[in-house]
Design a protein around this ligand. Sequence first.
Ligand SMILES: NC(=O)c1ccc[n+]([C@@H]2O[C@H](COP(=O)([O-])OP(=O)(O)OC[C@H]3O[C@@H](n4cnc5c(N)ncnc54)[C@H](OP(=O)(O)O)[C@@H]3O)[C@@H](O)[C@H]2O)c1
Length: 244
Amino acid sequence: MKVADSVAFVTGANRGLGSAFVEALLERGAARVYAGTRPGHPVSDDPRVVTIPLDVTDAALVTAAAERCGDVEILINNAGIMRLDPLIAAETDEAARDEMEVNFFGTLRLCRAFAPVLARNGGGAIVNVLSVASWIAPVASGGYGASKAAAWSLTNAVRLELHEQGTLVTAVHAGFIDTEMVTRVRAPKVSPQDVVAQTLDGIERGEVEILADDESRRVKEALPRDHAELYPPLQAIWDGRRRR
Ligand SMILES: NC(=O)c1ccc[n+]([C@@H]2O[C@H](COP(=O)([O-])OP(=O)(O)OC[C@H]3O[C@@H](n4cnc5c(N)ncnc54)[C@H](OP(=O)(O)O)[C@@H]3O)[C@@H](O)[C@H]2O)c1
């Protein structure tokens, strides 16, 4: 899948990783970039950027976007939310439902709406922005982890389902990325530009999984030993926090 001269659609394109995707696609010579944003968000003055009103939880807007953007070859499912709510301590299901609605069902809605578009345009690619939280539960934001784990499974299933039409379906995993989503986090963060560069290089090579930082590589490698290696340190941090 070549990025130069391609037509891409980015969800959550107005800030964070999404705006880095828009910039990099333009730098690499994309012919057009559809920037899916919630209303009122300007994205770019570049004439190749077309802003499309999009809330990924709104089925009518998703359908309208797929109908309007019939030349899309690369779909980047980037829009996402993280509410900082543990699962048991939360008073309601609201945060977990919101995260599932955006991160899982939003991604599914976009994949389903654009699959026929990609098929008509030669197969193309779907990029789903996931997380290290797809593999290791973030206790302080349990619903986020569940939604990213679900979206990881979705990504693998959609890849199998769309194989016949020649669509590359790629998962992107990272630990912390330096965006507004994690402004309160004091930990090493990879830059959005770095994640985007690795992702676009990866889809050009036909890769189905991008591990975009040391943390995602460390966690994926340790998954067979997760209960021995990955969860005990998290438990210690969580227990220490609860005692304070
Ligand atoms: N930052 C990290 O540490 C990190 C790590 C791994 C993975 N990720 C993933 O990377 C992706 C991008 O996140 P980010 O770090 O760039 O976060 P961000 O700075 O908070 O940006 C989130 C983007 O998603 C959009 N969005 C949220 N809900 C939406 C909805 N219902 N419909 C359409 N757009 C919606 C936001 O639009 P508004 O401006 O309208 O709110 C914004 O453009 C997410 O999928 C996130 O889970 C982030």
